[in-house]
Unconditional design. Structure first.
Length: 129
């Protein structure tokens, strides 16, 4: 496989991940999540491309946001590699390889401040994409 082919495949995978991150944000919006942010981490870390951050108002809503995001990704043929925090329901993180979906309660979102930790990341304007 040529270097150009590998670059084209990598770029197309990144485009797919961006589209999926935007759709996850929309799923969150449809389910009344607050403060939805997509951080573009390409070029900052080789581990993943996007964080999708959202805040829910109750344990039930955090579970719904988590499950609806997973339903969307499963429908896209993506497998969740791991999930953390579902039982405690303060900060639920789902790993899809290129995308990490973070669903927080308000206190945890403020405490961990991932937007500040990853301040070099570009914010994706998902409502305009």
């Amino acid at each position: 496989m040529s270097t150009q082919t590998k670059v084209a495949e990598k770029k197309s995978r990144a485009d797919v991940a961006l589209t999926q991150a935007i759709e996850i944000a929309r799923v969150g919006d449809d389910n009344k999540a607050k403060n939805i942010v997509i951080l573009d981490l390409r070029g900052i870390t080789p581990i993943f491309d996007f964080f999708v951050l959202m805040t829910g108002g109750s344990r039930r809503q955090l579970h719904t946001l988590t499950e609806e995001a997973d339903d969307y990704m499963t429908g896209e043929g993506e497998k969740r590699l791991s999930i953390q925090g579902y039982q405690t329901s303060r900060w639920i993180a789902q790993d899809y390889g290129d995308i990490i979906v973070h669903v927080f309660d308000a206190d945890s979102r403020s405490y961990y401040a991932l937007e500040e930790l990853w301040a070099d990341a570009k914010i994706v304007d998902w409502k305009r994409e």
